[in-house]
Write a protein that binds this ligand. Structure first.
Ligand SMILES: [Zn+2]
Ligand SMILES: [Zn+2]
Length: 452
């Protein structure tokens, strides 16, 4: 596989954007450093960006001992003033309104920029606080656990609802591989799961392009394809936590994450596998239980989605009757009732507010039906890059990845509901919507659960 990235010392050189797809592209103006022993160079990296001297540093009590404490010493020795926002939690830190409040209240008039030391939740809280205060921010990553380091969207939690807040990207990202390789193995697997989910995101995006003429960016497709392959070529390195293995994983996550920045939304990297993961997380939070780690959920949901695609491809759509599709056409009111029943009233109302137009007139549904039937061979061909569920299951077994979903504490009912209703979480087009709109969703979901 030809690499699309290179290095100048420890600085990552990103691929040049040469794309005329028509989607407005942003080019990342960001210094990304990947290598060993990098935290000792932080002062030098900051100087190169001239961000000021007064820092609010955001971290949690676990990361404080592992990395943040040393980072603070290094920063102070380099002449920076650090106000610490230590998010102390007995259990897992949830990036919610309380945590965000703690970060915001630590900011003051003299704050020049923010530094997040941590992984997903810390980065997202820092990102959003920086966005709200109009200040730049820097991330010192501590684990290759998700693709959000270079994203411009902050997935936060508000009253147990997952909300995706638009925000900015860090000016500097430091990935010290000595720290990354010491992260808990579950966090490495979480990063792996988040990357593997890109198979589904890519397939659904191409499907949306075929069925609904949705704009698609070939450059982003190339980047996510590279990211997935980089991780798939690196299974044993990830398992051994070798420097090369961890490097491959974080490169995959960064390149995938940058596509979000390039097109300004998460279409290249997230589809129904992410909606399923969010559904699990929200329902767990609602029940007062600990939600599984984001990337682990995404990777687990990806297997179900791969199986779903297989069964969808095996279905001869010319044999599906238009009457069956018509029966699946529900009114706006019926759809809203369904969402409130399956998501609970608070989360349900927010979903209806955010994508209330996501119901179809019969004429639009009929158009999609005909388009799917007429293009079924093309769809199978274009999506033939998808691995089979069983291939992925054996890779998961090799990595000791927690699968099936039960291993993440997802019971049968929650799994079933997520397969049937996670598609409502976003208006984004997915194969689950295709199946629903032609009236075969419950049947395929039943087969997925029977066969896995
Ligand atoms: Zn993700
Ligand atoms: Zn493009």
């Amino acid at each position: 596989m030809k690499s699309i990235i290179s290095y100048e010392g420890n600085k990552l050189i990103l691929p040049k954007i040469q794309c005329n797809c028509g989607i407005n592209h942003t080019y990342p103006d960001m210094d990304i450093y990947i290598g060993q022993g990098l935290i000792h160079n932080i002062g030098k990296y900051l100087q190169a960006r001239n961000l000021g001297k007064n820092i609010v540093l955001v971290t949690d009590n676990i990361i404080y001992d592992i990395a943040a404490k040393s980072v603070i010493t290094i920063l102070e020795q380099a002449g920076y003033h650090v106000d610490l926002c230590l998010l102390e939690r007995e259990n897992q830190l949830i990036p919610n309104e309380t945590a965000l409040g703690e970060v915001l209240i630590t900011l003051n008039n003299s704050t020049d920029f923010l530094v997040g030391v941590g992984s997903g939740s810390i980065t997202d809280l820092t990102r959003y606080a920086a966005h709200l205060s109009g200040k730049p921010f820097v991330v010192i990553g501590t684990a290759p656990s998700m693709d959000g380091y270079t994203s411009v969207v902050a997935p936060l939690t508000y009253g147990n609802l997952k909300v995706n807040k638009p925000a900015g990207y860090p000016q500097i990202l430091v990935c010290d591989l000595d720290i990354f390789r010491r992260a808990p193995y579950k966090m490495l697997l979480s990063g792996f799961g988040d990357v593997i989910g890109k198979y589904i995101a890519k397939a659904d995006w191409i499907l949306g392009n075929i069925v609904n003429d949705e704009p698609i960016c070939p450059m982003c497709i190339e980047m996510t394809t590279w990211a997935v392959q980089r991780c798939m070529d690196n299974i044993s390195g990830i398992k051994k936590r070798s420097i090369e293995g961890v490097r491959g994983l974080i490169e995959g996550l960064i390149i995938a994450g940058i596509t979000i920045l390039i097109v300004g939304h998460t279409r290249p990297v997230a589809s129904n596998e992410h909606s399923m993961a969010h559904y699990w997380e929200m329902m767990k939070l609602l029940a007062g239980e600990k939600p599984p780690r984001h990337g682990l959920s995404v990777g687990s949901a990806t297997i179900y989605a791969l199986k779903f695609f297989e069964l969808f491809f095996q279905t001869d759509l010319t044999k599906v009757s238009i009457e069956q599709a018509k029966k699946a056409n529900i009114s706006k009111e019926e759809r809203e009732e369904l969402i409130l029943a399956k998501y609970g009233s608070k989360i349900g109302r927010a979903i209806i507010r955010d994508n209330g137009d996501d119901y179809l007139t019969w004429s639009e549904q009929e158009r999609r039906f005909n388009k799917l039937v007429a293009n079924q061979d093309l769809i199978r061909r274009k999506l033939s890059f998808l691995p089979s569920a069983s291939e992925m299951i054996s890779i998961y077994a090799e990595l000791d990845y927690p699968w099936p979903a039960e291993k993440l504490g997802i019971d049968d009912q929650l799994l079933l509901n997520s397969l049937l209703y996670a598609k409502e979480y976003r208006s984004r087009y997915t194969v689950f919507k295709s199946a629903n709109e032609i009236g075969i969703l419950p049947d395929l979901v039943g087969q997925v659960l029977q066969q896995l």
